[in-house]
Design a protein. Structure first.
Length: 116
């Protein structure tokens, strides 16, 4: 009986870890999904250019405060298909939490660790 409860708890914890947080869903993924914006591609681009989570976080937060083509790391062709985003009306704390949740959700290292 105890084993069944522990196994159920383990699976529910893993499932929750793979689901986006409510904050991330409301502030980011809702529009990305609706407009079919490739979030994983964007994350990989940031990862290749900035390589560390802190540098990615700083750059992404900077872009979200002033979302102009000139501030983006995406190529100009990207904006032919996807419109430039509008500035988010979020306070600094919520913006940082949203960026953190975005990075955690798409973090390759965490996904690899879950599979092992």
């Amino acid at each position: 009986m105890v084993k069944k409860i522990l196994i159920t708890l383990l699976f529910s914890t893993v499932a929750q870890a793979e689901e986006p947080s409510l904050l991330l869903q409301q502030n980011c993924l809702k529009c990305h999904t609706k407009q079919k914006i490739p979030s994983e591609l964007i994350y990989r681009r940031y990862l290749m250019k900035f390589s560390t989570k802190e540098r990615i976080k700083k750059s992404l937060a900077s872009y979200l405060k002033s979302p102009k083509k000139e501030n983006s790391i995406m190529p100009q062709q990207f904006f032919l298909k996807f419109p430039p985003k509008e500035a988010l009306d979020l306070n600094e704390t919520v913006l940082e939490e949203s960026v953190e949740a975005y990075l955690d959700y798409f973090d390759v290292k965490d996904r690899l660790e879950l599979k092992n």
